[in-house]
Design a protein around this ligand. Sequence first.
Ligand code: MN
Length: 248
Amino acid sequence: MQPLTTMNRRNFVQLASLTAGAAMLPGVAHAAASSAATLPPLPYAFDALEPHFDTLTMQIHHGKHHAAYVAGLNAALAKAPDLAGRPPDDLLGSLPGLADEALRTSLRNHGGGHWNHSFFWQTLAPAAQSGKPSGKLGTALDAAFGSMTGFRQAFGEAAAKRFGSGWAWLIIHDGKLRITSTPNQDNPLMKGLVPDADLGTPLLGLDVWEHAYYLHYQNRRPDYIAAWWNLVNWPAVSKRFEASSGGR
Ligand code: MN
């Protein structure tokens, strides 16, 4: 698998003609004429996460919700040509300096939505390939949260308690692992928009918007969270940790 930063950078700046139709067909939206964001194909089949995440939810979540963030981001970037083509982390970090509030909000919501979902797909894996944290990450999780059980409890609580729509995150900041959560499509990279206490490099993220689980789990967010643990792509998360300051 490609490193996430490489993938995101490519997807953000890839030359593409983004039409609604093309955006819904993974692998089709590429190679055209402007520096538009494109919908990255899922790195597995829509039904690969069954029975924990059902096929229809995955199709709608990726092909409609994520696609809408990509389209919204491109509509916003059309009004800010100097920002188009910037690496995504850069773009999110530069938002506080934007004077146009409507544009800033649009980039925050849609740019955040695109970043968060691209990240989410990469940190999921079919249950058989979920694996476990590497030795280094396992040791760091034990040190930060007492045990793997302690980590799962604290993370699950952050995800369950996020009121309304948002995300739960495992982040690393100054070499320390921390759990946090953000509302809407905000994320821990949004310096100047998100409280400093919640900032850091995301290692793992969980989407707790109802659109992520309502079809299958209805209002039972805790059941969705419990199912999600079966699908965490621990090799990918471990790689991110080991590439970060805390893993060295
Ligand atoms: Mn979502």
